[in-house]
Ligand binder design. Structure first.
Ligand code: PHE
Length: 508
């Protein structure tokens, strides 16, 4: 039996809130709606629900269950399966490191918009609505002509990034006991803000049209394989899987604590939040098409445009209280990202390091936050957006999915899916059947591998990703190889002696 941790959630519900906080983030209010938009509305929802049950829930059960079983973050989990597997746990740590390095920059843009929307800096009325794109790219990002032209960092954005990192550090430096407690408030406040945005959205003229469009299934779209790729990667992203952190959050669950109910609650609560956010967004889109008299298909909603171009346009067109709703929306955006950001930094990076080297958690947190802040400055430059996009493709697609494939193989075949199943069942109200073994051993790795190969390699190797110059697009593969190489290094070093570097006040 592995040495049990002393770092624990104080109450069982703290795990649920912390994990919900990690899951619910920009992916729900921004990525989910634009994927629904890109992939034909309700057909995407259907694929999303099918894949949630087929791969999402088994995968989260695997990560949380293995974390609790081994009482370690991701690398410790895989080292526990067999010394030679340890790197399988470090690769997603690299992924988490990269993702949080830019996730916090997107949060900082939102913070910028809290200020600029409270005075409606891009203007109100139709002229304001048309100015939002220029405002975002020229004023906020001062975007350069391509990834080769970096320019200099934007002072204000660096400051907002520093504020964001300071808040993250404050929440996470004492570890799970505080993270669990804070996450309850973060989630409840985020939901309240989302409800305000929802109510404003559905009471606007044209809202019904937007919602009809959101929920109108075109079943033929289900034959589009890209829709399935998109839905699979969204499931992994939205549940924060393949990023190491869920193992750590699982490892803070008490030995007798439940895994199945909690992880299922998290998965369904997260999906419900996405669905709800879809209402808020599409009702608003309905208003935009109504007020500007353009069809839904012509509104630019893809990618970042949804949050930072289309939504600001809607604000300009609101009959009243534009600044108020703007500030609420963008604060919600920042706040909802917060619990995902400290999840990545703490569960994804700090816990693995502290576990392995026996380092003090507070100091490790401080160093990790500072290093990530410094790296983040890169994305605040004029060419930053391009690099953000390239790193996003590397970490949030390739590392996430490939490390998921490896993890499923190591757990399914190395550790034994049935051992995991029995371990989880010991403390659960309802038992997982033997179907679970086959999902972990075969379905999960095969589906993920399929998505990486056909949705990723085949595409990115035939044409440069994002239309970038070849040298820039090929950085995706350079970064992949480098992070993979880095993942093997810690394996060469002996683990630190102390298992828990917590202070006695946190021990229980
Ligand atoms: N799940 C979070 C979201 O939907 C994002 C996230 C991705 C968090 C990866 C952690 C890891 O926004």
């Amino acid at each position: 039996m592995e040495e049990a941790r002393t770092e624990r959630w104080i109450r069982p519900r703290h795990f649920i809130f912390a994990a919900l906080g990690s899951a619910i983030g920009l992916g729900n209010v921004w990525r989910f709606p634009y994927m629904v938009y890109d992939y034909g509305a309700a057909a995407f929802l259907i694929a999303y629900i099918i894949l949630l049950f087929l791969i999402g829930i088994p995968w989260i059960l695997m990560e949380v269950g293995m974390g609790r079983r081994m009482q370690r973050g991701a690398p410790g989990v895989f080292a526990g399966i067999g010394k030679k597997w340890e790197w399988v746990g470090w690769w997603p740590v690299c992924g988490a490191f990269l993702i949080v390095s830019y996730y916090t920059v997107i949060m900082s843009w939102a913070l910028y918009y809290v200020g600029s929307s409270s005075v409606m800096a891009w203007g109100v009325g139709e002229s304001g609505a048309k100015a939002t794109e220029g405002f975002f790219f020229n004023q906020v990002l001062s975007i350069s002509s391509g990834p080769g032209v970096l320019g200099s960092p934007t002072g204000l954005m660096v400051l907002l990034l520093a504020i964001t990192w300071a808040v993250i550090f404050l929440v996470m430096h004492k570890g799970a006991p505080i993270i669990g407690r804070v996450s309850q408030y973060v989630m409840i406040i985020s939901w309240i803000l989302l409800v305000i945005i929802f109510i404003r959205g559905v009471t606007l003229a044209g809202a019904a049209d937007g919602l009809n469009w959101y929920l109108d299934p075109n079943f033929a779209d289900l034959l589009n394989i890209k829709l399935w790729f998109g839905a699979a990667s969204q499931i992994a992203f939205t549940l924060s899987l393949g990023m190491a952190g869920m193992y750590a959050y699982g490892s803070f669950i008490a030995r007798k604590g439940d895994v199945t109910n909690s992880a299922t609650t998290v998965s369904l609560g997260n999906a419900a939040t996405s669905f709800f956010a879809g209402y808020a967004v599409f009702s608003t889109v309905g208003y935009l098409t109504y007020a500007m008299a353009v069809p839904v298909e012509e509104v630019s909603l893809s990618g970042l445009g949804l949050a930072f171009v289309a939504y600001p346009s809607v604000l300009s067109l609101l009959p009243a209280a534009q600044g108020f709703f703007g500030a609420i929306f963008f604060f919600m955006f920042w706040f909802i990202g917060l619990s995902s950001a400290y999840f990545l930094a703490y569960g994804g990076v700090v816990t693995p390091l502290a576990d392995k080297f026996g380092w003090n958690r507070v100091k490790t947190s401080l160093v990790v936050c500072i290093v990530l802040f410094l790296i983040g400055i890169l994305y605040t430059t004029q060419g930053g957006l391009y690099w953000l996009d390239i790193v996003d493709r590397t970490a949030c697609f390739y590392v996430l999915l490939l490390s998921g494939v490896l993890a499923a193989i190591a757990v399914g075949w190395g550790f034994g899916a049935d051992n995991l199943r029995q371990h989880i069942n010991e403390t659960s109200d309802f038992s997982l059947g033997t179907w679970f073994n086959w999902v972990i051993k075969l379905v999960l790795p095969i589906v993920l591998l399929f998505v990486v190969i056909y949705g990723g390699f085949v595409k990115d190797l035939s044409e440069p990703y994002g239309g970038y110059p070849v040298w820039a697009a090929s950085m995706i593969f350079v970064l992949l190889v480098v992070t993979l190489g880095v993942s093997f290094l810690p394996q060469l070093v002996k683990s630190g002696s102390s298992m828990d570097s917590g202070t006695s006040e946190e021990r229980r």
